[in-house]
Design a protein around this ligand. Structure first.
Ligand code: FMN
Length: 363
């Protein structure tokens, strides 16, 4: 028994009361209906199976059709989508879980094939991804050069986040997580190499922070600070982000956000900047840590973060794909099942809801 694991201690924060410090990290699974963007009928079971996590953060969900990455990504805009998510939250709550919806706008990480009317994807500036391709209905294709958003389009996007947050509450979610990480729209505004604007949404540190702060303000006004989390990934080079001064950028961001009293800050630590150690003393609310390396983060790594006081809760992604009862496995030291990489994105039940829990796995 490893009951001494600090991950298994209950957590009582200003807005969150959780039975343990294990969060399920947001993970795109690409199974939503591609016409309606309603979650797959099995999604309710997938999350309910994993509801022993102290907190579930859903896969990224688009708050605006222009924020969609590609095939199989769900939305939170139409009544039909809200109804689909209400079934998911109902099942998770029925077994005692807590679930936040991750709101995800990909900005330049989209393609005309995923955009309404085949439009050019929107971004802070017309800076194209050069080194990678993007998965579309027609296979992997080169990225297109995005179009720089007008001020009106930025304001529409801010409003879309607020509307999607209201829809999340209507759908029964306990809150929303704004996806400010991993090189998507928010980090495109935050990073110097993707934000070349000279208006009030760029041109200076304050300018680069403005979009994120405006969205957080709008979402807080819509559903209340206690239901709003933000995910960031300082210094993460994914998706061709190059932050010249992550320390300066994220210290300023966190200092501006701390007085709002948000539900939590979710920090993906990656790169040379030790984000958790640097930002922890500046954040008075709940902090969720995450590591994003080439291999699935191990139990021990999360325990060390909690034991060192660098975060209150730690999120695990890949281990949750194939271990629906991850907290029980951590508690008992039971073996961890490996996930099948080919079954991560898209498809049906296989590789989604057919990984057994321990009790089911035992004869
Ligand atoms: C299949 C897959 C899908 C992911 N989708 C998202 C996503 O939609 N939103 C997000 O913020 N992070 C996403 N991530 C990143 C995870 O939330 C997490 O940061 C990463 O997997 C590292 O944690 P781990 O080592 O415990 O897996 C995804 C990761 C994986 C493996």
């Amino acid at each position: 028994m490893t009951m001494a694991s600090p991950l298994l201690h209950p957590y009582e924060g200003p807005h969150l009361t959780l039975p343990n410090r294990i969060a399920m990290a947001p993970m795109t699974r690409g199974r939503a209906d591609d016409v309606t963007a309603v979650p797959h009928p099995l999604t309710r079971h997938y999350y309910a199976q994993r509801a022993a996590a102290g907190l579930i953060v859903t896969e990224g969900i688009w708050p605006d059709p222009r924020g969609k990455a590609g095939p199989g990504i769900p939305g939170l805009v139409t009544d039909e989508q809200v109804a689909g998510w209400r079934e998911v939250t109902g099942d998770v709550h029925a077994v005692g879980g807590t679930i936040f919806a991750q709101l995800w706008h990909v900005g330049r990480m989209s393609h005309p094939l995923a955009q309404p009317g085949g439009a050019t994807p929107l971004a802070p500036s017309a800076v194209r991804i050069e080194s990678e391709q993007i998965f579309t209905h027609e296979g992997d294709l080169d990225h297109v050069t995005p179009r720089a958003m007008t001020i009106a389009e930025i304001e529409e996007t801010v409003a879309a986040f607020a509307a999607a947050a209201r829809n999340a509450v209507r759908a029964g979610f306990d809150g929303v997580e704004i996806h400010g990480a991993n090189g998507y729209l928010f980090q495109q505004f935050l990073a110097e190499n993707t934000n070349l604007r000279t208006d009030r949404f760029g041109g200076s540190l304050d300018g680069r922070l403005r979009f994120t702060l405006d969205v957080v303000d709008a979402v807080v006004a819509a559903i209340g600070a206690g239901r709003v989390g933000l995910r960031i990934s300082p210094d993460n080079p994914e998706n061709e982000i190059a932050e010249r001064d992550p320390r300066g950028t994220y210290r300023a961001l966190v200092d501006a956000l701390d007085p709002l009293g948000l539900a939590y800050l979710h920090v993906i630590e990656r790169g040379a900047y030790g984000a958790l150690a640097d930002l922890r003393p500046r954040w008075s609310g709940t902090l969720i840590g995450n590591f994003n390396g080439p291999e699935a983060t191990a139990q021990r790594a999360g325990e060390e973060v909690i034991a060192a006081g660098l975060a209150d809760v730690f999120s695990f992604g890949r281990l949750f794909i194939s271990n629906p009862d991850l907290p029980a496995r951590f508690a008992t030291g039971a073996p961890l099942a490996p996930y099948i990489p080919d079954l991560v994105y898209g498809g049906e039940a296989e590789g989604y809801v057919d990984y057994p829990a321990l009790t089911a796995a035992r004869p």
